[in-house]
Write a protein that binds this ligand. Structure first.
Ligand SMILES: [Zn+2]
Length: 411
């Protein structure tokens, strides 16, 4: 069996949008090996479900996978323990990481990639999205969705979708998933059922499929025959010429539901929701696809209590801030871990609400080292998401170590 050492994979300096996309979508551990996979089913829409055509298409598809991957090491799956996988890419777990540590490493690598922070890197971004969806997704003709198995093993599952919403600026309306239901089952832990994540197929075809296309000719034929949309081939890609759907804009409630599962324990009434909508001036502009989405910052700003994570145990916000015209105390949103000069990671876990005084004091060289470290410690103690995030970035649970690292990275 051909495999790549995990340590080599993680240390590669090159951007790996395709492989990161597919590993972010799904991986399976088997002994010392970590698999990611691709598969597709026989379809009645291709030559009436002819089995030989289906089987033959796999050879061509395997070539395609290798052609589009940064590292051409895809192979046919021979491990019977790895189910629903015709094609696999295998890593050897030389670092002996647990599944959770592995996810953290992959997620961090993605967040630090140029294609996430650089909003011009649209081609690489699309490559990532394609690997995430096309390699395991099946075409749902009846509902116009590209459908995907989605498992709620743990909170990491939510990070998957928040990457698309917060970092890629994709509208929540493109996705089909029941967040309220998820919240209940997630919180109670009573029933953790597999759910499907679906993405709007016409959007996918026009935004991902048109510019970059499908790489799987068999899937392209399903779409062509079932939806009557023709494709054309440019080099090794099958591109579709179709319109992006107009999407209804009632995403506010869904988005709030989504964040409720992550940060907010309050269950808003309809009245509170409409008040918030007004406050936020919430507008989901579909033309902003792939642009940075600042709504996450606003949601935290308006939906979490007006208190400072760094000094709330010492001071009342009344003495540290002022009332704004909206009758709220003025606060600022701080990026807890700074990753680079021009990079800020707008992920929920990296954001924290501060009073203007503490925020100012956390600029590099703006206050004494001891004072800055005290503020950082307070934030770590107060905001568990920030703690989780810093632990992931710096690969340690040790608070003193984290305080030191966050301090060194202030800017
Ligand atoms: Zn403060």
């Amino acid at each position: 069996m051909q495999y790549l050492k995990l340590s080599d994979f993680l240390n590669l300096k090159e951007e790996l949008p395709f492989l990161l996309g597919v590993f972010f979508s799904r991986y399976k551990f088997s002994n010392d090996l970590i698999y990611t996979l691709s598969t597709y089913r026989l379809s009645k829409f291709v030559q009436n479900g002819d089995k030989i055509i289906y089987e033959n298409s796999k050879i061509e598809y395997l070539n395609q996978l290798n052609l589009h991957s940064e590292i051409p090491m895809w192979q046919l799956n021979k491990d019977k323990k790895i189910k629903h996988a015709d094609f696999v890419f295998v890593l050897y777990n030389d670092l002996k990481l647990t599944q959770e540590q592995f996810f953290a490493r992959i997620y961090t690598k993605i967040l630090l990639s140029d294609f996430v922070s650089n909003h011009e890197a649209i081609k690489a971004r699309k490559k990532f999205i394609r690997a995430f969806f096309e390699l395991r997704g099946s075409v749902d003709i009846n509902h116009d969705y590209f459908t995907h198995d989605y498992y709620f093993n743990n909170i990491n599952e939510l990070k998957r979708i928040s990457l698309f919403l917060d970092n890629f600026g994709m509208s929540i309306n493109l996705f089909n998933i029941n967040f309220r239901y998820l919240q209940k089952q997630y919180l109670s832990g009573v029933r953790k059922r597999n759910t499907q994540l679906r993405i709007n197929l016409h959007w996918y075809l026009s935004q991902i499929g048109f510019i970059n296309g499908f790489i799987n000719k068999y899937k392209a034929n399903i779409v062509k025959n079932a939806l009557n949309i023709s494709y054309f081939q440019v080099e090794n890609i099958f591109m579709f010429n179709c319109q992006s759907p107009s999407i209804n804009k009632n995403s506010f409630n869904k988005r709030i539901d989504f964040y409720s599962t992550r940060i907010l324990s309050n269950d808003l009434t309809q009245c509170e929701v409409s008040k918030l909508r007004k406050e936020l001036n919430f507008d989901d502009d579909e033309s902003q696809i792939f642009k940075r989405n600042l709504n996450i910052i606003n949601i935290i700003k308006f939906q979490t209590p007006d208190e400072c994570a760094a000094c709330k145990h010492k001071y009342n916000i009344v003495d540290r801030s002022f009332l704004t015209r909206k009758d709220r105390y003025y606060t600022e949103i701080h990026h807890f871990v700074s990753v680079g000069k021009n990079k800020e990671l707008d992920v929920l876990e990296n954001l924290t609400k501060l009073c203007p005084i503490c925020h100012r004091a956390l600029g590099v060289g703006k206050a004494s080292e001891n004072y800055q470290k005290e503020l950082i410690k307070n934030i770590l103690d107060t905001n568990s998401l920030n703690y989780e995030f810093a632990s992931m970035i710096f690969e340690s649970k040790d608070k003193d170590f984290l305080i030191q690292r966050v301090y060194e990275n202030l800017k």
